[in-house]
Design a protein around this ligand. Structure first.
Ligand SMILES: N[C@@H](CCC(=O)N[C@@H](CS)C(=O)NCC(=O)O)C(=O)O
Length: 349
C-alpha cells in the first residue's frame, strides 16, 4: 500500500521508541503529526494495534483505509520502501546486517538500563513518578497528584523483573551501561554516527534510549555526563537532523569499520548475546524463566517471546547474506562473543 503523509503517530516524549521514530522522521524529511498521549489512551475512534505500545502509527492508504501499526524496527524498513530520501540502511549488505544487530541491542538491551535506572533508584523513581502522570494528564488536579504518582510508580516498579532488573543484576546493568558509554564515545571520537557521516537505524535506536538516560533520569544523566559528555552532546544533535545533507559516500567502507566496532561488539557479546541465547533456549524448553551468566553473574528473568522473535529476525538477516558477506561478518565477530548470535548449530555458548 502507498501510505499517505503526513504520517500520524500516537506517542509521547518520555517514550524512547517514540523519540527514536520522531528523530528518524525529521531526518528523513517525512512529514508527520504527533498525537500526544500515554499507553492505553489513544483516541477511541482510531483502530487498535495488535499490542498497545508507543509509538502507534496510523498508516492511511491512498483509499483512506487506516491501519494501526507498532514496532519501530519493521516500521523503519517499511518506510524505507515507501520513501526514498535519506535512507537509514547502509547499502553494503554486511553492514546492513551489523546495523540491524546494533539496532536490536539498542532497543532490547539499552532499554534495560533505561527502565532499571528509572525505577530502581529513589530520586529517579520520584521524578518519573511525578512527571509521567502529568505528561499523560497535564490538568491533573493537585489533590490527585500524589495518588497518581503512587499508582504509576508501583505499576512500573512491579514490572522491573520483566527487564531482568533485581538486586543481583543491578550492578551488571549499570556496569554494562558505563562500558557501553566508553565504547560508543570511542566511536564518536572518530565519526559522528555508527556507520560514517550519516545516521543509520541503529543510531536512532541508541538515541531513543539515550533521550531518557542522558536527558531525563537524574542518576544515568549524571553517569552519562561524567563518563562520556560527548554522548550527551551527540544526543542533543540527534534530536533534529533535518538539515543534515548526506550522500552515498558518507557511509563508511566496511574495512574502515572493523577496528573501531570490535570493542562495542565485545560489549554486546558480553551482555545482550548470552541473554538472547538463554531466552531462546528457555522458549525451546518451554521454561517460563531464563538463566544466563552475564559478566560472571547469574542473570534471571522471565522468558520473553518477543525476544525470541528478535533473535530469529537477526538470524534470518544473517542467513540472507551472500557467502562472502557472511564470511566478512564472521571475521568481524571473531573473538567478540557475538559469534553465538549467528552460530546456527547451537543456541547456547
Ligand atoms: N519494540 C517496540 C517497543 C515499544 C515499547 O515498548 N513502547 C513502550 C513505551 S516506550 C510502551 O508502550 N510500553 C507499554 C506500557 O508502558 O504500558 C518498538 O520498537 O516500537
Amino acid at each position: 500500500m502507498t501510505i499517505q503523509t503526513p504520517l500520524r503517530l500516537y506517542g509521547e516524549h518520555c517514550s524512547p521508541y517514540t523519540r527514536k521514530m520522531l528523530s528518524l522522521l525529521r531526518y528523513r524529511g517525512i512529514s508527520y503529526q504527533l498525537l500526544q498521549g500515554g499507553p492505553g489512551h489513544a483516541p477511541q475512534e482510531l483502530p487498535k494495534p495488535k499490542v498497545d505500545l508507543l509509538p502507534t502509527f496510523y498508516l492511511t492508504s491512498e483509499e483512506g483505509e487506516v491501519e494501526a501499526a507498532v514496532d519501530s524496527t519493521p516500521l523503519i524498513r517499511r518506510f524505507e520502501r515507501e520513501f526514498n530520501q535519506c535512507s537509514v540502511i547502509p547499502p553494503d549488505p554486511a553492514l546492513e546486517f551489523v546495523d540491524y544487530l546494533l539496532e536490536d541491542y539498542g532497543d532490547e538491551w539499552l532499554t534495560k538500563a533505561m527502565f532499571h535506572y528509572r525505577w530502581a533508584h529513589q530520586p529517579d523513581a520520584a521524578k518519573a513518578g511525578t512527571l509521567l502522570p502529568l505528561q499523560h494528564t497535564l490538568a491533573l488536579p493537585i489533590g490527585k497528584q500524589e495518588e497518581a504518582q503512587r499508582i504509576f510508580r508501583q505499576r512500573q516498579i512491579s514490572r522491573l523483573y520483566v527487564v531482568g532488573s533485581n538486586e543481583n543484576t543491578a550492578e551488571v546493568i549499570e556496569n554494562s551501561y558505563q562500558r557501553f558509554l566508553l565504547e560508543f564515545d570511542h566511536i564518536l571520537q572518530q565519526r559522528p554516527f555508527l556507520f560514517g557521516h550519516r545516521p543509520s537505524a541503529a543510531d536512532f535506536a541508541f538515541y531513543g534510549q539515550l533521550t531518557q538516560l542522558a536527558g531525563f533520569d537524574p542518576t544515568p544523566m549524571r553517569v552519562t555526563f561524567e563518563v562520556a559528555p560527548r554522548v550527551c552532546a551527540w544526543v542533543n544533535k540527534m534530536d533534529d537532523l533535518s538539515g543534515q545533507g548526506v550522500g552515498e559516500s558518507d557511509w563508511i567502507e566496511r574495512d574502515q569499520l572493523v577496528e573501531s566496532l570490535k570493542p562495542l561488539l565485545t560489549e554486546i557479546g558480553r551482555t545482550y548475546v548470552p541473554v538472547m541465547l538463554a531466552n531462546a533456549e528457555a522458549l525451546e524448553r518451554g521454561d517460563p524463566n531464563i538463566q544466563a551468566t552475564v559478566d560472571s553473574k547469574l542473570w534471571k528473568q522471565p522468558a520473553f517471546h518477543y525476544h525470541g522473535r528478535c533473535l530469529q529476525s537477526v538470524r534470518a538477516q544473517y542467513l540472507a547474506l551472500a557467502n562472502s558477506d557472511r564470511r566478512w561478518v564472521d571475521a568481524l565477530f571473531f573473538g567478540t562473543g557475538c559469534e553465538g548470535i549467528v552460530n546456527l548449530t547451537t543456541t547456547s555458548r
